[in-house]
Design a protein around this ligand. Structure first.
Ligand SMILES: *[C@@H]1O[C@H](CO)[C@@H](O)[C@H](O)[C@H]1NC(C)=O
Ligand SMILES: *[C@@H]1O[C@H](CO)[C@@H](O)[C@H](O)[C@H]1NC(C)=O
Ligand SMILES: *[C@@H]1O[C@H](CO)[C@@H](O)[C@H](O)[C@H]1NC(C)=O
Ligand SMILES: *[C@@H]1O[C@H](CO)[C@@H](O)[C@H](O)[C@H]1NC(C)=O
Ligand SMILES: *[C@@H]1O[C@H](CO)[C@@H](O)[C@H](O)[C@H]1NC(C)=O
Length: 275
């Protein structure tokens, strides 16, 4: 026969066990939540942006495979010793399928050009292609003796020439320009003294790759503001004309930023009718 004392002690023991179990569960939950809230890894971001690009075009496995090819370019390497060529296998894995007449290059006009291409469904920039859209805005690098991807303490654009981000954009820009065909457009900035800057990716990489007769014309859209300092007569744009492969027709048109914004927001203005 159990005494009341014994029963109470057993109850206490059971309550004690339950309390410990509860504590463990809470601890696990808190830990799980904090771990779960950690910023997504670079790889997870890459895969998510890849899948989001075009679900019907990019099979899930394709994104994983692409990641594997991508990281080979810089993982385990000194982040100042990644040349453009390191991305050759990646470029080979994702050939550009582009429509002539729609290709849009840009320099120092990023926000305006993307606002324009987003709404218009008319022109296509590098950032509207799979690789460009996945890596736009991201920073990454590897480290000697490590198989990881780092997103902090990576060299900046100008810290060293052969850094993973700069080499990627140089390589993918070269491929985009190699694929250029037909009537090509370029949005340049009329608010700066030198809209065609020799150190820009557009001048140093892209323009050199436009080849006649595949590329028929280059149409510069010089974006102006009320206080713009440059117009189509600027000497740097004469340099651009000289750089072009013989046979390619050159045009330049000054278009106000306000007009571009109007075209971006007004769907009744048809593609190509903004300037
Ligand atoms: C996605 O890819 C498919 C197949 O290549 C294509 O038909 C479709 O137009 C694409 N959609 C978008 C939004 O780009
Ligand atoms: C042109 O450059 C100026 C100065 O950097 C900037 O404020 C302006 O937004 C740029 N214009 C376009 C169209 O991006
Ligand atoms: C272009 O700018 C120059 C000064 O940089 C000015 O002399 C010229 O009149 C301008 N041309 C036009 C068509 O606005
Ligand atoms: C036109 O371009 C040249 C460089 O080719 C530059 O030095 C000059 O300042 C520009 N002109 C104007 C009016 O901004
Ligand atoms: C859109 O553009 C059309 C054609 O240029 C014009 O008639 C219309 O007023 C514009 N709509 C708005 C809301 O700006």
């Amino acid at each position: 026969m159990e005494s009341g004392e014994k029963g109470r002690r057993r109850l206490c023991r059971i309550l004690g066990v339950v309390a410990v179990l509860l504590l463990v569960v809470i601890l696990a939950l808190v830990l799980g939540l904090t771990l779960g809230q950690k910023a997504p890894t670079f790889k997870a971001t890459f895969i998510a942006k890849c899948k989001a690009f075009n679900a019907s075009m990019v099979h899930e496995d394709d994104c994983e495979k692409l990641w594997g090819v991508f990281e080979q370019a810089y993982v385990g390497r000194d982040p100042c010793e990644v040349p453009m060529e390191a991305y050759d296998p990646l470029i080979a894995a994702v050939p550009f399928k582009l429509e002539c007449k729609r290709m849009m290059f840009w320099s120092k006009s990023k926000d305006v050009v993307h606002e324009f291409t987003k709404k218009g469904d008319c022109f296509l920039t590098l950032e509207n292609t799979l690789l460009g859209s996945v890596l736009d805005g991201l920073t990454w690098c590897g480290k000697k003796g490590s198989s990881e991807t780092f997103t902090t303490s990576c060299p900046g654009w100008d810290d060293c020439v052969n850094n993973p981000v700069r080499s990627f954009w140089n390589r993918v820009s070269a491929a985009f320009a190699d694929a250029a065909c037909g009537d090509v457009s370029a949005m340049l900035n009329g608010s700066i003294a030198t809209p065609f800057n020799p150190t820009s990716v557009f001048a140093s990489i892209e323009v050199k790759r436009f080849k006649y007769p595949r590329v028929k014309s280059l149409n510069v859209v010089l974006v102006t503001q009320a206080n713009s300092v440059t117009n189509c007569t600027n000497a740097s744009l004469k340099d651009l004309q000289k750089e072009l492969d013989q046979g390619i027709t050159y045009n330049c048109k000054e278009v106000s930023e306000a007009r571009l914004e109007e075209c971006s927001s007004n769907k009744t203005i048809p593609c190509g009718a903004c300037w």
